[in-house]
Design a protein around this ligand. Structure first.
Ligand code: ATP
Ligand code: MG
Length: 592
């Protein structure tokens, strides 16, 4: 249908693009309740506008969409007969046959949205194809077509939906406040806007402009518009027939739900637990358990390798080989995330503080950008920061720690250092934890972690849950530096511990590692191992409150400057360093 856009129809001949699907196809469509709330109406209407190749989409809502929703587009429009047929169930221009269901490239394909919305509202459609001079107006009430008449309008389509569920009071009761419904609309629009950077969007909510997105050149530019002040790293990669683009937050910006993590497959916004897990696992141990990064991830896959016809709201897809997708996504993200340190991101505060601390967060080496950041307007600042992060991703960054000189220890917790561009404050526990984790990880990867024998083997009584499957874990434990022997029914003998961690309690160390190894069934073993190594590193690391002399401080700095992966964060995701540039310091004390 889409390719017919520019073909002028011969005069007097009305070729129908929208047609009723044959029963054999209708049976195969995952049908269901399409319209639950105003946000579902917005989603369906906007998806239709996208499929119609619109370049501009304007959404207007009132009363949280319960009173009225208008979606206007400048897409291909509909001829009068097409528009009438489009109101029938299972009438669509997007697929024709069973084969078409195998490789769907449009957002819509079921021919259900318009009739479903029309059935529960008062609807008006104004539409005009580009190749016709006259448009049409259709008036529908509760699913009944009341009138069709010629109407002068610009090319494109405008659909107005008023009094949603006016004829379904029971459904209406389940709706929330206008504000809550608007929040859902906002979520839908953010997701859709990210999926189509080339489209210009605007949303007028209760008479006020709530969203205005100019055309963006690509996914990354659109992400910058949508996520505004969220510092994100940009990632791109290709593996195994999967093309991936993503923008993701630093671990400490983790969210307790995955609601701020937007996922796309072939331009369709979807929910998918497997993809969320693949992203989480790529962060390794830096992502706190049960937390999720903020950002977006878009995959392009051969449409034959996914089935989009599985969910009534088209909110899920099925992958032909989910394991390969998991693996591919994990690998692309992990190789990126682990090798390029995040720019530590600022705490949430007022705009001035945010801008300032965002600047501080930049590595000292990014001096030029920092200066620019201060002088730029807030919007330019966003752009520069984002670009700085993008660049950050492209080059390996020299260690920010190498040029620091320790001045002294404060509160037994922090090492204050002087650097060429400012003052850096290092959390000694987080830094040492990262150092030990890196050492443990590299020794583990190379074979095994050097061990130290305990003077006398330690007899430990294990809980049944700890004992479960311990035989399978024995090899990994051994490589981690724990040599154990089974002793009786529910006891073991612990004979060695990792030499690097010999100062911590052998029992606590071992039990913590064991707990991590057994914690989440179904997660990749590498992830469990990383978590176990992280926990071990935490046990063995310098604590807050440990006094460090000058030499020890220097050693710690030297050690952390040699860490290549995630050196800005402890293995559990906390930032290691806080920096304040001299220029910022001068500003704070009123020198400039
Ligand atoms: N904004 C629009 N511009 C041009 N044509 C449209 C527009 N909205 C709907 N149509 C036409 O009306 C048809 C029916 O739309 P409807 O949303 O009901 O079904 P669909 O998009 O084909 O499938 P789905 O039910 O999965 O959304 C579409 O196939 C399309 O041809
Ligand atoms: Mg549709």
């Amino acid at each position: 249908m889409l390719e017919e856009k520019n073909i002028p129809l011969p005069r007097g001949e009305q070729r129908l693009r929208v047609h009723r699907l044959p029963p054999s196809v209708v049976e195969r469509i995952a049908a269901g309740e399409v319209i639950e709330r105003p946000a579902s109406v917005v989603k369906e209407l906007v998806e239709n506008a996208i499929d119609a190749e619109a370049e501009n989409i304007v959404i207007t809502t009132e009363g949280g969409g319960m009173k009225s929703i208008v979606v206007a587009d400048d897409g291909i429009g509909m001829g009068r007969e097409d528009a009438i047929v489009a109101l029938e169930r299972h009438a669509t221009s997007k697929i024709r046959s069973l084969e078409d269901l195998e490789a769907i490239c449009t957002l819509g394909f079921r021919g259900e949205a318009l009739p479903s919305i029309a059935a529960v509202s008062r609807m008006r459609i104004w539409t005009r194809p580009h190749d016709q001079i006259e448009g049409s107006e259709l008036v529908v009430e509760g699913g009944v077509l009341r009138s069709v008449r010629p109407f002068g309008s610009s090319p494109g389509t405008r659909v107005e939906v008023k009094d949603l569920f006016f004829n379904l009071p029971a459904r209406k009761k389940f709706l929330k406040s206008p504000n809550a419904e608007s929040a859902q609309i906002s979520d839908v629009l953010m997701r859709l806007a990210l999926s189509r950077p080339g489209i210009r969007w605007s949303w007028v909510r209760e008479g006020r402009k709530a969203l205005e997105l100019p055309r963006a050149k690509d996914f990354y530019e659109r992400a910058r518009q949508v996520f505004e002040d969220e510092p994100l790293v940009a990632i791109e990669g290709e593996r195994d027939g999967i093309r991936l683009r993503a923008v993701l937050s630093a671990p400490e910006r983790a969210h307790p739900t995955s609601s701020m993590l937007f996922l796309y497959v072939n331009g369709r916004s979807i929910r998918d637990r497997m993809l969320v897990k693949a992203i989480q696992s790529a962060y390794g141990s830096t992502m706190p358990r049960g937390q999720f990064p903020v950002g977006a991830l878009a995959l392009e896959i051969d449409p034959q390798k996914i089935d989009v016809n599985v969910h009534p709201q088209k909110a899920e897809v099925r992958f032909a080989s989910p394991e390969r997708v998991f693996q591919g996504v994990h690998e692309i993200l992990a190789s990126f995330l682990s090798s390029r340190p995040f720019v530590p991101s600022p705490p949430k505060g007022n705009e001035e503080e945010r801008a300032a601390s965002r600047d501080l967060g930049n590595s000292l080496e990014e001096k030029k950008d920092e200066i620019a950041l201060f002088e730029a307007s807030p919007q330019q600042r966003e752009g520069l920061l984002f670009d700085a992060i993008l660049r950050d991703g492209e080059e390996a960054q020299p260690s920010r720690y190498a040029s620091l000189r320790p001045i002294g220890q404060v509160k037994g917790m922090y090492i204050v250092c002087e650097g060429p561009e400012g003052i850096a404050i290092i959390d000694q526990h987080a830094a040492d934890e990262r150092v030990r984790f890196a050492e443990l990880q590299s020794m583990f990867r190379q074979g095994r972690v050097p061990r130290q024998a305990l003077l006398a083997p330690l007899r430990l009584r294990l809980f049944p849950s700890e004992l479960e499957g311990i035989e399978n874990k024995q090899e990994v434990l051994d490589r981690m530096g724990f040599e154990i022997r089974r002793f009786g029914e529910n006891e073991i003998l612990l004979c060695t511990v990792p030499a690097l961690l010999s100062r911590s309690s052998p029992e606590a160390l071992f039990r913590a590692a064991l707990a991590e190894l057994g914690s989440e069934e179904g997660k990749p073993l590498s992830e469990a191992i990383d978590r176990a190594l992280a926990t071990m590193a935490c046990h063995g690391a310098i604590r807050a409150g440990d006094a460090l002399n000058q030499l020890e401080q220097e050693e710690l700095l030297k050690a952390i400057s040699q860490v290549r992966e995630f050196s800005g964060h402890c293995p559990h995701g906390r930032p290691v360093v806080f920096e304040i540039t001299f220029s910022e310091l001068a500003r704070r004390v009123g020198r400039k």
